[in-house]
Write a protein of this length. Structure first.
Length: 100
């Protein structure tokens, strides 16, 4: 994985479990953030607000990480953005087969 993609994935690996706790499908939530040509900051803030109500202290470091992830995603070339989406879809399919 390229350094740019690693930098994008790091906050998700570090804070994703807390940020996505209680969602029906975490992969769909992550895809929603990165589906368009720009990172969906409004959806990200919605996810963060859920976390901040549930665990305020845990939410504090997540916000700057989330905003940094948005900036890194927006800076990716279109080809790299597509690759990120394919990787998320691939991970979702691998998780689905592991559960069955």
């Amino acid at each position: 994985m390229s350094p740019a993609l690693q930098a994008l994935a790091h906050p998700l690996r570090e804070h994703g479990q807390a940020l996505l706790a209680g969602t029906d499908n975490p992969h769909d939530e992550v895809l929603a953030l990165m589906w368009g040509p720009r990172f969906d900051r409004e959806h990200a803030m919605w996810l963060w607000s859920r976390l901040s109500r549930r665990a305020p202290q845990q939410a504090v470091p997540v916000l700057p990480a989330l905003l940094g992830m948005a900036e890194r995603f927006d800076a990716l070339e279109l080809r790299e953005q597509r690759r990120v989406r394919r990787l998320i879809l691939r991970h979702r399919s691998l998780q689905a087969t592991a559960v069955v």
